[in-house]
Design a protein around this ligand. Structure first.
Ligand SMILES: Nc1ncnc2c1ncn2[C@@H]1O[C@H](COP(=O)(O)OP(=O)(O)OP(=O)(O)O)[C@@H](O)[C@H]1O
Ligand SMILES: [Mg+2]
Length: 266
């Protein structure tokens, strides 16, 4: 079996046939350093794809290219058929982004943080009034809507940012290490919320994480990057089977060590 099965997973029968995310030979160079080196894969509509890799593997750089924040050096990325380099404004409308660093405004309330974002995206007032309370329910923060974000725990703040990323009804949600730094209970909360939101909104999710157990339980497929390159991509089950001497007890940690040649660093 090939380590990289770069075709998309599930597709909606009704869609255009374009995967939600299509990455073809994406390269990002900073001077002579290649942060992302000829990466190609696609994410099917409704699929949850986990992107794993050691520190510095190129995950955030790839996400920045997908989300139009840095230009590609070469290659092509299309979101539901829209090229991020040719039509970045349209591409941006189809994605909700939760970046690695927390970016919500600590001096504003939870509701104000969501409201400002919704206005930025041009969500009409009547729509904002319906969507924001529903999102706050989804992330279990309805009763805290007037609390200042600066007064929240890390887990709650993450949930605010996930809700904020959804105010404009994106089709694709992209999360860069949403659970790093959270305690185990908050981590579980965030993933449960993502599962509920995904069911309700029929989202495509691309998520990076250093937690193999999370990725194993929650992702349809796993991509592993190492030194800018894609070194493996398949279902968790298939990846485990590809590890030499694999047994029922083989874990995604074993998969990661096998394909990246490294231990995990979080
Ligand atoms: N603006 C930049 N200029 C120069 N080098 C950069 C820049 N951004 C990222 N890099 C380098 O590109 C490589 C990939 O970084 P990136 O942040 O994408 O890794 P990552 O997989 O997200 O790591 P982590 O798990 O630590 O978040 C690193 O060596 C980083 O130092
Ligand atoms: Mg990163």
């Amino acid at each position: 079996m090939s380590a990289v099965n770069a075709g998309s997973g599930s597709r909606n029968p009704g869609d255009s046939g374009e995967p939600a995310i299509l990455i073809e030979h994406a390269v990002k160079q900073y001077g002579s350093f290649t942060a992302v080196n000829d990466v190609s894969f696609s994410v099917g509509t409704g699929e949850t794809l986990g992107l794993l890799g050691s520190n510095g593997a190129g995950k955030s750089t790839l996400i920045r290219m997908i989300t139009t924040l840095v230009p590609l050096t070469s290659g092509r990325i299309r979101l539901h058929g829209v090229d991020v380099s040719v039509n970045p404004d349209r591409a941006r409308l189809s994605i909700g982004v939760i970046p690695q660093a927390m970016t919500s405004d600590v001096d504003l309330s939870i509701e104000e943080n969501l409201s400002i974002y919704a206005k930025l995206y041009g969500v009409p007032r009547a729509e904002r009034r319906k969507t924001i309370p529903r999102l706050l329910e989804l992330v279990n923060l309805a009763d805290r809507r007037n609390s200042l974000v600066g007064s929240l725990s890390g887990g709650m703040r993450r949930r605010v940012e996930i809700a904020r990323g959804l105010v404009h009804y994106p089709q694709i949600l992209i999360l860069d290490e949403p659970t790093t730094g959270l305690d185990p209970v908050s981590r579980t909360d965030v993933w449960e919320m993502l599962t509920t939101i995904k069911r309700e909104r029929q989202l495509t999710i691309l998520v990076t994480t250093h937690y193999m157990d999370e990725a194993d339980r929650l992702c349809d497929r796993i991509a592993i990057m190492e030194k800018g390159r894609l070194v493996a991509l398949d279902t968790p089950f298939a990846l485990k089977q590809a590890v030499p001497g694999s047994r029922a007890s083989t874990t995604l940690d074993d998969v990661f060590v096998h394909f990246s040649g490294r231990e995990l660093v979080s």
